[in-house]
Design a protein around this ligand. Structure first.
Ligand code: GAR
Length: 187
């Protein structure tokens, strides 16, 4: 069975969707959850699902040790699901082609440093875009820059608030992220 590691900083609704999907189809299991926030909702999910978790912080991070801990669970994929740090370059080099991210917009639009979560949806709504969506991509050393694996689109309606758009985007994410992961595991 494939082993997946999830990195997340927030509520963890994507993490929950991925865990539920693979619990059902049995092709993979989430063997570790890593968060940079001790109070992240994703850690409650880890506890509820009895998945081991690791809390990291910038001041004390030992990259070599983190890489060792990741290697210990032999991940087929390392999945960033609302992880708000730039992944350390050493980690990118240690797991070539195995780290993927989801971004809540159609890259290369609305990406880069500072463009995460609500900042993205606010910017899209303010620009009066007619369309937004999600991008699942490989992670390299530059924010939101790696090769694109999948994009899915949705409309932005004239009176949408950032919250309404965020909900629509989350639905796309919850549907496509587990399936994109499954596709990569099978490929
Ligand atoms: C998701 O919408 C994800 O695309 C976004 O954070 C949200 C996390 O939600 N990621 C980024 O903005 C990365 N640049 P979740 O914690 O409920 O899964």
């Amino acid at each position: 069975m494939h082993s997946i590691v999830i990195f997340a900083s927030g509520a963890g609704t994507n993490a929950a969707a991925i865990i539920a999907y693979f619990k059902q189809n049995g092709k993979a299991k989430v063997s570790l959850i890593v968060s940079n926030k001790a109070d992240a909702g994703v850690l409650q999910i880890a506890e509820r699902e009895e998945i081991p978790f690791l809390i990291i912080n910038k001041q004390t991070l030992n990259e070599t040790m983190l890489i060792e801990q990741l290697r210990d669970v032999k991940p087929s994929l390392i999945v960033l699901a609302g992880f708000m740090w730039k992944v350390p370059a050493a980690m990118v080099h240690a797991f070539p082609g195995k780290i993927i991210n989801i971004h809540p917009a159609l890259l290369p639009g609305y990406g880069g440093k500072g463009m995460y979560g609500h900042h993205v949806h606010n910017a899209v709504v303010s620009a009066k875009e007619k369309e937004s969506g999600i991008t699942i991509h490989y992670v390299n050393e530059v924010y939101d820059d790696g090769n694109i694996i999948l994009q899915a689109r949705c409309p932005v309606h004239e009176n949408d608030s950032a919250d309404v758009l965020a909900n629509r985007i989350h639905k796309l994410e919850h549907f496509y992220y587990p399936r994109a992961i499954e596709f990569l595991l099978d490929a």
